[in-house]
Design a protein around this ligand. Structure first.
Ligand SMILES: NC(=O)c1ccc[n+]([C@@H]2O[C@H](COP(=O)([O-])OP(=O)(O)OC[C@H]3O[C@@H](n4cnc5c(N)ncnc54)[C@H](O)[C@@H]3O)[C@@H](O)[C@H]2O)c1
Length: 348
């Protein structure tokens, strides 16, 4: 049975992938500093290492103790807006800390990696739907950190024969059926959770930034991909590398665009609640339309996303939000200190 290390496995997308890996019989270890993750989403049966990727000695100890067949690398800072004010923090975590991971992988002969990349690599699209060969021109520092890391991966491929698959996600959304795990970011900037928090009365209103775009209803159009479909794509990518596949990059989106107004209308229908909307001006750096062309991964790896309707995606997110109206517990500093002094949970 292959043993997979998942960095950032206590986060939103990583936790869904961990769940799927366990269901498929993989042995899983999770590495997460919990800076933005939640211990509640890490299943009991995984080895959990609470360390930061900046901690080279800690990383070395984990690799010395375990034999990993592959690594899935989700750990990163993700908020594009914040990256514009704190670039150093983003380049350090998303690039430099990622190199620490690659170095320890090379030291211990772990040569397969699945990397969480992003549609932010493409910047303002010159063609849509966007294919993988679209020019890479990120318009925010977050996107640049991911572009740089993809370049670093290609260098490790040339130098050390690293095999990697970079998955460029569009907007991840929804929650696992069962609603035990789901999206709980702080700060939350993603549209669907914000709309649902408004439906729950946790926010007064939802803001639409820009109503004069060149789209059917004037609001921005985005491609929402269900997190369980994303998880399936990770599994396919992993199996491909484990079976000797070559390095590659794939877009992951559902290929349909939904405008901000369409998402809000769908959320009203799903929740049965009135959701107050406030119209505001455009935000800098928001392209009118971002839609993925995911034909490549469908053809090459047989990916077959199940959630194509925005209502179905929102329904799963709504179930999660109703079950966890205040999100996961925020760790008090005392609990955090206790966790830090107990590096692993599974006796490793
Ligand atoms: N959410 C999206 O829509 C989306 C879209 C495109 C790409 N991505 C990428 O997918 C990945 C996962 O996104 P997410 O939404 O699950 O984010 P998330 O913040 O929920 O999860 C990231 C996890 O990584 C951990 N982490 C961060 N830095 C770390 C470090 N230095 N050491 C150890 N752990 C660290 C955090 O504690 C968190 O649990 C990220 O790399 C992100 O850039 C996300």
């Amino acid at each position: 049975m292959s043993h997979i290390l998942v960095t950032g496995g206590a986060g939103y997308i990583g936790s869904h992938v961990v769940k799927l890996l366990l269901e498929k019989g993989y042995k899983v270890s999770v590495l997460d500093s919990l800076i933005n993750g939640h211990i509640e989403v890490v299943p009991e049966e995984v080895n959990f290492y609470q360390i930061d990727l900046a901690d080279k000695e800690g990383l070395d100890a984990i690799f010395e103790k375990n034999t990993f067949d592959a690594v899935m690398h989700f750990a990163a800072f993700i908020e594009a807006g914040i990256s514009m004010n704190e670039p150093g923090k983003f380049f350090t975590n998303n690039c430099s800390n990622g190199i620490n991971l690659l170095e320890v992988m090379m030291k211990y002969d772990v040569s397969k990696l699945i990397f969480s990349s992003t549609a932010a690599l493409y910047g303002d699209p010159i063609q849509t739907p966007i294919k993988e060969n679209h020019p890479l021109q990120p318009v925010n520092h977050y996107g640049t950190t991911k572009l740089i890391f993809e370049k670093i991966l290609s260098m490790y491929k040339e130098t050390y024969n690293l095999k990697y698959i970079a998955l460029r996600y569009f907007n991840a959304a929804g929650a696992d059926q069962g609603a035990e795990i789901g999206e709980d970011h702080d700060p939350e900037t993603h549209l669907i959770p914000l709309v649902l928090q408004t439906a729950l009365g946790k926010r007064d209103d939802i803001k639409i930034f820009g109503t004069d775009y060149d789209t059917e209803d004037g609001t921005c159009v985005r491609d929402y991909i269900h997190v369980s479909d994303l998880a399936e794509a990770h599994l396919l990518a992993l199996e491909n590398l484990l079976e000797g596949g070559q390095s590659d990059q794939f877009n992951l989106g559902n290929g349909k665009g939904f405008s901000v107004r369409e998402v809000i209308e769908a959320a009203k229908k799903v929740t049965g609640k009135d959701i107050k909307v406030v119209e505001a001006g455009r935000r800098e750096g928001d392209p009118a339309i971002l839609i993925a062309d995911s034909t490549k991964i469908k053809n090459k790896l047989g990916w077959d996303p199940k959630f194509t309707s925005i209502e179905d995606i929102i329904k799963t997110a709504w179930e999660f939000h109703m079950k966890h109206p205040d999100g996961f517990k925020k760790l008090s500093s005392a609990t955090f200190f206790e966790l830090l002094s107990t590096p692993t949970r599974a006796g490793n």
